[in-house]
Design a protein around this ligand. Sequence first.
Ligand code: UDP
Length: 309
Amino acid sequence: MRGLVTGGAGFIGSHLSEFLLARGCEVVCLDNLLTGAIENIDPLRSERFTFIKLDVTTYISVAGPLDYVLHFASPASPVDYLDLPIQTLKVGALGTHKALGLAKEKGARFLLASTSEVYGDPLVHPQREEYWGNVNPVGPRGVYDEAKRFAEALTMAYHRAHGLDTRIVRIFNSFAPRMRMHDGRAIPTFITQALQGRPLTVNGDGTQTRSLMYIPDLIEGICRLMQAPVHDPVNLGNPQEMTILDLAKAILRLTGSASPIVFRPAGADDPKVRQPDIGRARQLLGWEPQVEVEEGLRRTIEWFRGRLG
Ligand code: UDP
């Protein structure tokens, strides 16, 4: 099996590439290193791994056959996509078009990494795949949300019009070692702050919720989805919901840090709640998360501790 991962040097892309290599696959990794990092893939270098530095919004040409095209390229942290609004829209729109075109050319199965952000600030809770979402197209987060919504529409169009064998995974908040320290997302930010004895910066009053999944669970779900003939979107996330304030407190407890918690103004359009309904994944893939949030946090904290010396 030979798979191509766009965004393969990114956080999720590199975990996925590592998994595929361990399963004996050949991996072609495309990344322009805008938010990905070469250190993520340095340990993966082998005969079965090829890295091509490329912006996937341009024409993609890859020699040899491909069984899978896995499209993970995109800025994904709010800090990044607020900073890179046009690149974010381009990779979701033009990048998805190029990746779909490549899959069609090679007769490969295609997977789109979509996101719970397609639900925006949801008015339905928990979020089922049938829910169409509540997105502000012109707000600062709209660049990511709408890019992924367009990407889903284009993927379904390629499936319907060209018969392409496609999958769409809606990924809820996930975490693991290898998240960037200054990525801006809650988990790496809080862990770094706690380990360095700095205040933990909670946005708003911290009552907004998220549901956090440890990455190996996500990777397992993606692999099962690739093997199942399911073309409609599938949520993958951990239904264990918690407030951001409770997350900050858990990180203080698990790190043994005495850092205070400080409150900052809430970000524009910051979703107030988020929790996946994983009924579809349970039923069609026999999948549910195996790793408790606390256990995942412990492992992630240890990794950050090692990095921070
Ligand atoms: N957040 C926070 N402090 C930080 C970073 C994030 O309180 O330093 C909040 C953020 O406002 C949001 C939640 O944590 O309500 C999750 O944010 P993250 O960036 O991790 O992911 P999102 O789900 O917003 O994409």
